[in-house]
Design a protein around this ligand. Structure first.
Ligand SMILES: O=C(O)c1cccc(C(=O)CC[C@H]2O[C@@H](n3cnc4c(=O)[nH]cnc43)[C@H](O)[C@@H]2O)c1
Length: 220
């Protein structure tokens, strides 16, 4: 990764942006913006910022925020660093089950991340005492709301650690700009039956803040 240019961090909502900013403690190598909820808002926001800034303004793009964690992969309050970003509902339902765009022959639902940085960040978070998984982070337009869907996703995407709604959009914009990407998520709820009252948003935002204070040490 080049040492020139800033690191663009995109969150969905303002409270996530503020948690990231607290963790970064005014580090001016980072720019943190609120992109909106869902892959479309995230992609449009990130692509607009990158296009308006022009080549060389940024060197890395990060999608950050809270997320659902898959059973036995990421507990509430823990962190997930992506080793791949997967658009898990981009495809078609068929009598044989879900077919991704890869299988349909229309591109790929997977965007690779900067694996060296992802590994280094996950190791640094663990070394700082923060429970962290390294694995695929899924992007869905619809939050999973049943145990059946959670099981189907986990079976279809081996190692799936978390699901959120923006990563693939941010990653697609970064890829278009020729920039590496990473996704960093703090787990607010288990992926599965919907129980909004059980979401631990405050705990997840605290974990997100702590993770970003480690992130700034990891980025050289
Ligand atoms: O209500 C609040 O106080 C609040 C504070 C921060 C964020 C929110 C959101 O609802 C943001 C939506 C955001 O959360 C991600 N997310 C969280 N859990 C899941 C999940 O299980 N499946 C998919 N996405 C999830 C998602 O990226 C949304 O952007 C509310």
């Amino acid at each position: 990764m080049s040492e020139n240019g800033k690191i663009l961090v995109m969150t969905a909502v303002a409270v996530e942006r503020d948690a990231v900013l607290r963790g970064l403690s005014g580090d001016d190598r980072f720019e943190v913006l609120e992109a909106g909820v869902g892959p479309v808002e995230a992609a449009v926001s990130a692509a607009t910022v990158l296009a308006q800034a022009g080549p060389g303004a940024y060197r890395l793009v990060i999608s950050a925020g809270i997320a659902g964690g898959f059973k036995e992969r990421a507990e509430v309050g823990s962190l997930v660093v992506s080793d791949a970003i997967i658009a898990a509902d981009l495809g078609a339902e068929t009598p044989e089950g879900f077919h991704s765009v890869d299988k349909l022959g229309f591109g790929s639902a997977r965007i690779d991340v900067d694996v060296e940085l992802a590994g280094r960040l996950a190791a640094a978070l663990q070394a700082a005492g923060l429970q962290t998984a390294l694995g695929p982070v899924l992007t869905l337009s619809t939050v999973t709301g049943s145990a059946e869907t959670a099981v189907e996703l986990a079976a279809r995407i081996p190692g799936a650690a978390a699901e959120a709604m923006e990563g693939f959009g941010v990653a697609a914009a970064a890829r278009r700009a020729g920039l590496p990407v990473l996704e960093l998520r703090a787990i607010s709820n288990p992926v599965g039956p919907r129980d909004r009252s059980a979401w631990r948003i405050k705990d997840a935002l605290q974990a997100l803040e702590a993770a970003n204070s480690v992130l700034r040490e990891v980025i050289v």
